[in-house]
Design a protein around this ligand. Structure first.
Ligand code: RAM
Length: 901
């Protein structure tokens, strides 16, 4: 045999072998890649199987975890198909330690993969006694009017060669920290926002490479932040405390194995910073002339600095960081320099975003740059800030003069598309301005595109609403004097949120604050962290965040721990409603109701879609109880399951008696009333179809417009589709005038608005008292767009996309729609195209999952896959037909179906 022949036969064989073998990749610990500072004793491991072969499944796995003293956990071969969130059960972990792990799997052909690359995780402080540091505060009387940022510094000697060093740090206020003159890490607005008195997160940074053997210095700037800044209204400040403080500890391990700990203590120094004042709502005033050059480096002369005061406080509220920190993301250059009719100099960044502007400037000492922020221009084209209410949203920089200076603010953020420059020294060069976005560093997970440019813009706006308002906590809005964790908005948008970004850790963390701030009687606050007081809670549809988001996280991520952790909080909320009910009817207390529903200005003509608030309350009461039943089932708590099942029957019976006529008419004839009653199964089977018809008729009676507010909107199209009115859902989706999803798009929106008519057709604005142009609640339609329109969903019997459902709903005149989602198993994708002589459908199913696919076709003989009749494709199982669809069962792989007309 000549050489050529040998090569050509051997090569394909090698390729075949290497591709046929399953691989393990994308190792996650606690849903993150190589995290440090974990605060859990039992981290959860997730991995992905990669294989070019269809229908690849895991039948067994083996995990090895090692620490610096050897093996911590060896599972041996475990017969299991679980590849998501496998709980560590080895030797107890120690604080501030690094562990590595590796995994191999066996597939359904019984073949083993190679061992994966090793991943690692590091534990944080697992016991409060690990803290050796002391809380420090400024050693001088703070300026209580301007409340400038405060600097803390300390010089120390690291005597030997450094093997590793971790910085543990948190603050009363927001902090930024430097070591030897350099910023530590790339996180902003740390330590993030939690219910500080009960839960204050610390961060851990690996600073091994930032330290040197010899003299080092650490310096931190601390500003008001959420801790003691102005929040909510009526001069509400100092919510968590009056004084700024810092707690920091560097744990150093030297190459010779010895250790040293550097801590905040009485040896530190303090001084005022160049940040003259800084508030979340009002922005920052910074005077570069007061910068202290070299302040965070060794050798700096701090003789003029004051000492610090020690604060004796326990560490019980300290907790490791669970969510992704806020980081910088996209940047934007101005698309236009505008001189407005009233003569203002305005830069337009083309996108309503959240973050700040980095500005380059050269000038004389004392020159001032004043930057104001706005979301919109008014009808005349002038800079409009009335809707920011009391928030000054201004960044002021005073130059020190000389070389070019670069400014960006600290400890604040702005929601804006436009900036206005007042008295700018010299000519404005747009090149010197860069808008930088800031938001929690969630992984982007979803894509969604269609043949309709307006709908694609709507999706863009939904994603940007999420970017702007997932800033450590889910906020309602990012620009006015509010920016609070409104619970109703968060629950309404939570399912959609899971499609755009990975929000498992984001919500797990925030839900702990929901529980922490829950009142002893079970009432859940309007906003979390609660800054509105003990009585500001218990509203239907807001407080139900306690049950709805945990369940949504379980559905989207298969996260059972979030259910376990939140279960007491979920139960307490239901208990609250039960206690507030009489004869199983919850018809008392304050409720926001179907917030911002359709209410035209021409009052009293009967068109305002007012839904009885207690009818809404009863629906959400039932829904929360249903979610408890589901959760009790998942947690194998049959006693609770039985108890809540019994309760639910009573709640529904009371609903029927109070709000439904014998023929099935609801006392409120609104879209929201029918949507909630149908979505939460409040009506007996026999009354549902005609209720759905009433809903569809109602839509028609408003000339094919929606009239729903925050509570009805998320389920509107969902219910229409469920009861066979997808055509009506599409009509609503595609409606272009007020009220509709596309109306703001047509008005040039780049984010979702708080109100359907934030800006009216005549370009005037809704009341400035409440008119945000970046509010994600109405973006909840995204859920329907992914799950129903494209049809990419998970089954509840295989949550987290272990059992995928692909059921497209073709319509609305679209010629294509497709979506993809990064799940813990890998990429799930689906998409349909209307072709000249039929339709085509693509699906991508990751290894170790299965999918049920619904293909719109009257029978299986009309369908091909990869050019072959599906009956002849071994990997496809034909299950049957259902409502005009052929139903197929497949395993992992990529599939291209064609349905011929
Ligand atoms: C306003 C906001 C927020 C909403 C509350 C009830 O402050 O619109 O989104 O949840 O009211």
């Amino acid at each position: 045999m000549n050489k050529k022949v040998i090569l050509s036969t051997v090569l394909p064989l090698c390729l075949l072998i290497s591709f046929a073998q399953v691989k393990v990749q994308h190792l996650l610990t606690e849903n993150s890649t190589n995290p440090i500072g974990l605060g859990v004793q039992q981290p959860r491991f997730t991995w992905q199987l990669m294989s070019d072969k269809r229908n690849t499944k895991q039948t067994a796995y083996e995990i090895k975890v090692s620490g610096n003293k050897g093996t911590m956990w060896k599972t041996g071969k475990v017969g299991s198909d679980q590849s998501v969130q496998v709980v560590y059960a080895g030797t107890p972990l120690k604080s501030d330690n690094k562990y590595t792990w590796t995994i191999r799997v066996w597939d359904n052909d019984g073949k083993a993969s190679a061992w994966s690359e090793t991943a690692f995780f590091e534990t944080g402080f697992l016991n409060t006694s690990d803290w050796k540091a002391k809380w420090i505060e400024a050693g001088f009387t703070e300026d209580s009017i301007n409340r400038p940022g405060i600097l803390f510094r300390h010089q120390f000697n690291a005597s030997k060669k450094i093997k590793s060093a971790n910085l543990y740090i948190t603050a009363h206020g927001m902090y930024e920290v430097q070591l030897n003159g350099k910023r530590v890490g790339d996180a902003y607005l740390t330590p993030g926002w939690t219910s500080y008195n009960k839960r204050l997160q610390y961060q851990v940074f690996d600073v091994t490479r930032m330290l040197i053997s010899g003299n080092n210095a650490i310096g931190a700037t601390v500003g008001n932040g959420w801790y003691r800044g102005y929040l909510a209204w009526s001069d509400n400040k100092n919510i968590y405390g009056k004084k700024l403080g810092l707690l920091a500890q560097i744990n150093i391990v030297y190459s010779d194995g010895s250790t040293e700990i550097i801590v905040t203590d009485e040896k530190w120094k303090s001084a005022n910073s160049a940040i003259k004042s800084v508030e979340i709502y009002n922005g920052e005033r910074y005077d570069a002339r007061d910068e202290k050059s070299g302040w965070s480096s060794a050798g700096y002369n701090d003789a003029a600095w004051k000492g610090v005061n020690l604060l004796s406080t326990d560490f019980d509220n300290l907790t490791a960081t669970e969510n992704e920190l806020v980081k910088k993301h996209e940047t934007f250059k101005p698309i236009k320099l505008i001189t407005t009719p009233s003569g203002e100099k305005v830069l337009d960044f083309g996108q309503n975003l959240v973050g700040w502007v980095v500005v380059k400037a050269k000038g004389n000492a004392g020159d001032k740059i004043v930057i104001k922020h706005a979301e919109v221009l008014d009808k005349a084209g002038n800079f409009y800030t009335e809707n920011l209410r009391a928030a000054k949203a201004t960044a002021t920089y005073i130059l020190k003069g000389g070389a070019e200076e670069i400014f960006e603010p600290h400890f604040t953020f702005f929601g804006f598309r436009y900036i206005k420059l007042d008295n700018y020294p010299g000519e404005i060069n747009p090149d010197n301005f860069t808008a930088v976005t800031l938001y929690s560093d969630m992984k982007p997970t979803g894509t969604f595109t269609t043949s309709n440019a307006l709908i694609n813009q709507l999706q863009h706006n939904i994603q940007w609403g999420q970017r702007g308002n997932f800033l450590d906590v889910p906020t309602d809005c990012p620009q006015r004097d509010e920016r609070l964790g409104w619970t109703g908005d968060a629950q309404a948008f939570s399912r959609t949120a899971t499609f755009n970004f990975g929000v498992d850790n984001f919500f797990s963390k925030w839900l702990k604050d929901v529980a922490a701030d829950q009142e002893p009687n079970g009432s859940v606050p309007f906003v979390v962290p609660n800054v509105l007081g003990h009585n500001a809670g218990g509203s239907a549809g807001w407080a139900d965040v306690a049950t709805i988001i945990p369940w949504n996280m379980y559905l989207a991520y298969g996260d059972k721990k979030v259910l376990e952790t939140q279960y007491p909080s979920m139960k307490a909320w239901v208990k609250y409603m039960t206690n507030a009910s009489k004869n199983d009817l919850w018809n008392s207390g304050f409720h926001f109701g179907d917030w911002l529903f359709y209410r035209p200005n021409d009052d009293n003509d009967g068109r305002a879609a007012v839904t009885d608030k207690y009818l809404i309350a009863q629906c959400f009461y039932a829904h929360s109880v249903q979610l408890l039943i589901n959760t009790a089932k998942v947690l194998n708590n049959s006693a609770d399951e039985a108890m809540y099942t019994d309760l639910l029957q009573k709640i529904k019976a009371a609903f029927l008696k109070e709000y439904v006529t014998p023929s099935g008419r609801l006392v409120s004839g609104t879209q929201t009333a029918y949507v909630l009653a149908l979505n939460f199964d409040m009506l007996p089977e026999g009354l549902r179809a005609q209720a759905a018809t009433r809903l569809a008729d109602n839509v028609k009676s408003y000339d094919n417009h929606l009239t729903t507010g925050f509570l009805g909107t998320p389920y509107l199209c969902e219910v229409l589709t469920r009861f066979g009115y997808t055509d009506v859902a599409y009509t609503l989706l595609l409606q272009q005038d007020y009220p509709s999803w596309l109306y703001p798009v047509k008005m040039g929106a780049t984010t979702i608005w708080e109100r359907w008519d934030g800006q009216k057709p005549d370009s005037t604005f809704q009341t400035p008292g409440m008119n945000s142009f970046n509010h994600y609640a109405y973006g909840a339609i995204g859920d329907w767009m992914y799950r129903k329109m494209v049809g990419l969903d998970t089954y509840e019997d295989g949550v987290g996309y272990k059992h995928i459902k692909i059921q497209p709903h073709i319509g609305g005149g679209f010629t294509n729609a497709s979506a993809s989602l990064q799940t813990y198993y890998g990429t799930v994708a689906a998409g349909w195209k209307v072709e000249a002589n039929g339709i085509s459908l693509d699906a991508e199913i990751p290894a170790n999952t299965t999918a049920t696919i619904y293909i719109p076709a009257s029978n299986a003989t009309l369908i091909t896959e990869g050019g072959k009749a599906i009956s002849g494709v071994a990997d496809i199982k034909i299950i049957g037909t259902e409502d005009g669809d052929v139903v197929l069962q497949v395993g992992s792989g990529k599939y291209h179906f064609v349905v011929n007309k």
